[in-house]
Write a protein that binds this ligand. Structure first.
Ligand code: PEP
Ligand code: MG
Length: 584
């Protein structure tokens, strides 16, 4: 019988397929004592699980080497060597000898190792915590007889719907697009990174379903509708037919929109808007360029790092940036330096933090690791030879950070000059406005800066103290909150006073209703998810800036985000544009 769950629509499109339940968390282990005579069998059971895990890891290694290359595959060598470590194996054997069940013995030893490594002063060793966690999960899964799922082990052509509690970006980048048709998660919101990445991969996704992993056994078929947030369990043939019809309609609507590819993004009162696309992976650049976008307003370079054990070197980065620059044939390409940290971590991770979103992320991490940062800056200045590259710094809160980045940029340029490599030194530098601090004190950030780009995902998160990835808070993630609208307005004013371009590259621009509010707040440049370029262009071509300004003036007087949204929806409705709720 069919059941339906409703979550948050995170990436449009309809997908039908078998469930691939991905359980990638350390399972809970009960204390279990075994009698003396059971000890030899328990030792054999443990060794058997270790050997099976190793066989499994070798298979995964081979597959990843084929699909992603030897560097990515090297992660699995680290994990194999953990399973061969004599100290680990004897540690577990000793505890089994003391009558502990194999799973409990292994759990105790691994938990201890993970804690020790997490506290280690050497960063290389701290990075191993992620590998230890993977091994911990893999062996316990076998010892406890739990369904044995590998996050990336889905045969091509399966059209599986990955169902999981929360898909970390590092797992997301390992998903094989030829095997997976969609994503459904308990956690997450529209602006969590899994949602952003799903949109960029063109995979339908429903997030914030809260309990989908416990509702499913892994043997079902489901439909997910990434435009409405619906997930139907074991749908009837009729339902499937109906949804397939919906999918065809969506394709038809997209075909109609494609007529706007070459049209100008100009409002009915003649104001031209620069409409760019966000690119998360270099492979997305052809699709993004085909939308007719005026260049790239945000390339999130951290997606080059996620899911990998080692940082890409200068040449690899240079090639990745050049690919995007070439796809846009001279149109501006704004590339953001690594925004690693928060929920965007490479495999192996970084030290666990109590408050990762308030932690060692983005520009902070880059300034503290100057070698890594200069490598990226050199790759960017080399790629700038091939087009109009501009560099964007994430999560800036102070002028010192801009100054520090500028110094490293100069040093990186000197290094390239010394090497005699072709590069461009005068690459424009911009800063992201993503915190109340940056918006309120935007004047302090203008020196040597050519542009601001407002990251509304983080700006809303930090202004309202609402975790952008927490499904329980999705209805409180309200970009139309008066505080958010005022901070954007203030940033735009400062930009105008100092002759600095102000763009918006957060998800707010991808939502027609919110993009209408941005027009009213004076924003003339937006960078949106590639799939939204034409929808937003249609909105721009249907409204006047005059009306948007009046609407936002009224919205700014509202006492609540909901009232403000209601006013905006009413005003944009006068132009025949109907939009869904902007929350979450
Ligand atoms: C933002 O915060 O709005 C933004 C564009 O950056 P990210 O979503 O990558 O944090
Ligand atoms: Mg951000």
């Amino acid at each position: 019988m069919e059941r339906r769950l409703v979550g948050i629509p995170a990436s449009p499109g309809v997908a039908v397929g078998p469930v691939h339940l991905l359980w990638w968390e350390v399972p809970e282990v009960r204390h279990r004592i075994i009698p003396d005579e059971g000890i030899p069998d328990e030792q054999t059971r443990f060794i058997g699980a270790v050997e099976r895990s190793k066989t499994r890891l070798r298979q995964v290694r081979e597959r990843v080497e084929g699909s992603a290359g030897p560097q990515e595959a090297a992660i699995f060598d680290v994990q194999l060597s953990i399973l061969e470590d004599a100290e680990l194996l004897t540690g577990v054997a000793e505890l089994i000898k003391q009558n502990l069940a194999a799973e409990k013995a292994f759990d105790i030893v691994m938990s201890d190792w993970r804690t020790r490594f997490a506290r280690h002063s050497h960063p290389m060793l701290r990075e191993r915590v992620g590998d230890l966690t993977d091994v911990h999960i893999r062996v316990l899964t076998l010892l406890l007889g739990l369904p044995d799922h590998d996050p990336i082990d889905v045969p091509k052509g399966t059209n599986a719907i990955v169902v999981t509690h929360d898909l970390t970006p590092s797992l997301t980048v390992q998903l094989d697009r030829e095997a997976i048709a969609g994503i459904a998660t308990d956690a997450g919101t529209r602006t969590s990174h899994v949602a952003i990445l799903a949109r960029s991969l063109g995979l339908p996704a429903v997030v914030g379903l809260r309990s989908v992993t416990t509702e499913l056994t892994g043997r079902e078929r489901v439909i997910i509708d990434g435009s409405t947030g619906m997930l139907a369990i074991n749908p009837s043939d009729e339902d499937i037919a109906q949804y397939e019809q919906r999918a065809r309609e969506e394709v038809a609507a997209e075909t109609e929109l494609r007529e706007l590819v070459t049209a100008d993004a100009v409002t009915t009162d003649g104001v031209a808007i620069t409409l760019r696309a966000n690119v998360d992976l270099p492979e997305d650049s052809d699709y993004a360029a085909a939308t007719g976008a005026d260049g790239v307003g945000l390339m999130r370079t951290e997606f080059l790092v996620l899911g990998r054990a080692a940082m890409p070197d200068e040449d690899e980065q240079y090639k990745a940036y050049t690919k995007v620059v070439s796809a846009f044939h001279g149109r501006p390409v704004i590339i953001r330096t690594f925004d690693i940290g928060g929920d965007k971590l490479p495999i192996g991770g970084f030290p666990a933090e109590a408050n990762p979103f308030l932690g060692w992320r983005a520009i902070r991490m880059c300034l503290d690791q100057p070698d890594m940062f200069r490598t990226q800056l050199r790759a960017l200045m080399r790629a700038a030879v091939h087009g109009d590259v501009r560099i964007l710094l994430p999560l800036v809160v102070s002028a010192e950070e801009v100054h520090g980045a500028r110094m490293l940029l100069d040093e990186a340029a000197d290094e390239l000059a010394e090497r005699g490599v072709e590069f461009r030194r005068d690459v424009p530098l911009g800063v992201m406005i993503e915190t109340p601090a940056a918006a309120i004190s935007a004047e302090t950030l203008v020196d040597g800066v050519s542009f601001f780009s407002i990251g509304t995902n983080d700006l809303v998160q930090y202004t309202l103290a609402v975790d952008r990835g927490n499904a329980n808070l999705a209805s409180r993630f309200t970009p139309t909150h008066p505080a958010v609208l005022q901070l954007i307005r203030r940033t735009v004013e400062v930009g105008h006073e100092h002759d600095i371009e102000v763009a918006v590259c957060g998800e707010m621009g991808s939502h027609p209703l919110l993009a209408f509010a941005l027009l009213g707040l004076g924003v003339r440049e937006m960078s949106v998810t590639p799939r939204s370029v034409l929808v937003v262009k249609r909105m721009i071509r249907s409204v006047s800036v005059e009306a948007a300004r009046a609407a936002v003036e009224a919205a700014l007087k509202a006492r609540t985000a909901a009232d403000a949204e209601f006013i905006l929806a009413e005003r944009i409705g006068e132009f025949g544009i109907v939009t869904r709720s902007a929350q979450g």
